[in-house]
Design a protein around this ligand. Structure first.
Ligand code: APR
Ligand code: ZN
Length: 336
């Protein structure tokens, strides 16, 4: 591994209890170089520069249909499970080292083949590749949710709940699609200037749901938003987005909530409004295609991810976590 981005999912999985509490190595936005390959791996060679993404089985029907984010093996491959093998053992204790197929908070890892996206043919210099770890998860999730799941269109009104790495990627993708207005909602006002710089036409301070609803309605001509993206994590925000969607409006749900979280929506307005609530994992993206698409946007100056990032030495891990939690940086990049 050469760099790894820090994402909210690392934090929610790190506190224990999110799925299981087994010892684990997190990290899932790695970049690096291939040191060795297994006998069945054909898409990379030793020495190739790579970006790491999520893993999938390749055999099930969603995988075969080109939707690897919905692989039936997704939880086993990407999340921390209890059924650990003997790959990583410390003092007799098995450790999960395959988080998102990669566990890139370790300097050297055994990475699943499908998680590895070869970028050799793009001839990226080292400094550029170092920025691209989050293209494998957080940025792919936000930009893919807008582009693929939300099918964002020119002049559609768009609301983005949560201005983290996911939400900011969504704002940039909404701008590329030509959405208007683009409204960002966050509880932390420190994010607002940058959100406006990167494409938000308006920002709303979150916290008071009724006030958020009122402002969204005002900014969208009274009927509500055509496209909304929930990237905070929880039913409360989904419910607010459904309430504030116009007739035929699309609501894409991305945030990671607790296992016990239940979405409860008034059924009558949902039905007569013809609203569409869409669950979305990993931006409905095929990493090997969508990462290259984002690199193309970046090269044209349309996806200025440097504005979101700050690089930390790996030893300063805790500082990076604290800065992200405070909103001082949107997307910390840890460098080995
Ligand atoms: N109202 C509005 N915004 C809020 C609220 C709230 N009540 N609570 C938190 N937020 C904002 C935070 O201030 C922060 O800017 O949500 C944002 C979340 O951003 P990050 O913590 O950086 O998370 P990110 O990595 O972008 O992930 C967002 O997507 O993939 C999932 O697990 C991930 O649920 C997480 C979500
Ligand atoms: Zn599969």
């Amino acid at each position: 591994m050469e760099t790894v981005g820090l994402c909210h999912t690392d934090l929610s999985m790190g506190v224990g209890g999110a799925i299981t509490d087994v010892p684990k190595i997190l990290g899932h936005e790695g970049t690096g170089k291939v040191l060795k390959i297994g006998s069945k791996v054909t898409h990379v060679a030793v020495g190739d520069p790579v970006i790491l993404s999520f893993t999938w089985c390749g055999d099930c029907s969603p995988c075969k249909s080109g939707a690897p984010g919905y692989c039936y093996e997704f939880p086993q491959g990407n999340f921390i499970m209890n059924d650990l093998d003997e790959t990583y053992v410390l003092d007799g204790q098995k450790i999960d080292g395959k988080f998102f197929g990669q566990s890139s908070f370790a300097k050297i890892g055994i990475v699943n083949g499908p998680s590895v996206v070869n970028v050799k043919h793009l001839n990226l210099d080292a400094d550029t590749l170092a920025k691209f770890g989050p293209l494998g998860c957080g940025f792919l999730t936000g930009a893919g949710a807008i582009t693929n799941a939300g099918e964002a269109k020119k002049d559609e009104s768009c609301v983005i709940y949560g201005l983290g790495g996911v939400g900011f990627a969504a704002i940039m993708a909404a701008k590329i699609a030509g959405c208007n207005p683009i409204i960002g909602v966050d509880i932390n006002e420190k994010k607002f200037d940058l959100a406006k710089k990167l494409g938000a036409t308006h920002v709303i301070k979150g916290g008071d749901d009724a006030e958020v609803s009122k402002q969204i309605k005002e900014l969208t001509g009274g009927h509500g938003a055509e496209l909304s993206l929930e990237c905070i994590g929880g039913s409360r925000f989904v419910q607010n987005a459904v309430d504030n969607a116009c007739h035929l409006g699309k609501i894409v749900y991305v945030g990671l909530a607790g296992m016990e979280d239940v979405i409860s929506i008034p059924s009558f307005p949902f039905m007569i409004g013809g609203k569409k609530l869409i669950g979305c994992t990993e931006g409905n993206a095929r990493p090997y295609e969508f990462i290259e698409k984002m690199i193309g946007w970046h090269a044209k100056g349309q996806f200025p991810i440097e504005e979101l990032q700050k690089t930390y030495k790996i030893e300063d891990f805790q500082l990076a976590v604290d800065d992200m939690k405070k909103g001082n940086v949107i997307k910390p990049i840890l460098k080995y």
